[in-house]
Design a protein. Structure first.
Length: 148
């Protein structure tokens, strides 16, 4: 009788984690192309959004609209199979579908290149259960601040 989680592999990575790593390897090959061609990066991002379950697809699409409207200088791309937005080749923010790692909620995350610093401690990711007008304005403000 095994005590390991059914999705756990002997090397310590889950099936979902291995799939994300394989996805990232493919993305690295396409990254040079996407850096030079915004439309190629956006096409990859939109294809990933289209693969999401409906609830997360709607959130990801709306977040894409918010990010592109509030920080048009960011390059759309995919990152570990997730929609992401980069500056100078470094991912600034990303959307993680709840389905990606069988989570309870989707996540809007920001990496260390995001200018969100507030004192000695600040949030870098946000659970996204649904989006209303107030949530959308908060995301827009976060994206503007992060990209600023």
């Amino acid at each position: 009788m095994s005590t390991k989680n059914e999705t756990q592999e002997s090397d310590g990575f889950t099936k979902e984690e291995k799939a994300a790593m394989k996805e990232r390897a493919k993305e690295l090959k396409a990254e040079a192309r996407a850096q030079k061609d915004r439309s190629a990066g956006e096409a990859d991002l939109l294809a990933k959004i289209a693969e999401m379950p409906e609830a997360d697809r709607a959130k990801a699409q709306r977040i894409h609209e918010i990010v592109t409207a509030n920080a048009p200088e960011l390059m759309p791309k995919t990152w570990y199979g997730m929609p992401a937005y980069a500056r100078d080749g470094k991912v600034l923010c990303f959307f993680q579908s709840a389905d990606k790692f069988n989570a309870r909620y989707a996540t809007l995350g920001f990496n260390d290149v995001a200018n969100l610093d507030e004192g000695a401690m600040w949030p870098t990711s946000f659970a996204v259960m649904e989006l209303n007008a107030a949530d959308e304005e908060r995301i827009a403000a976060l994206v503007r601040k992060a990209a600023g």
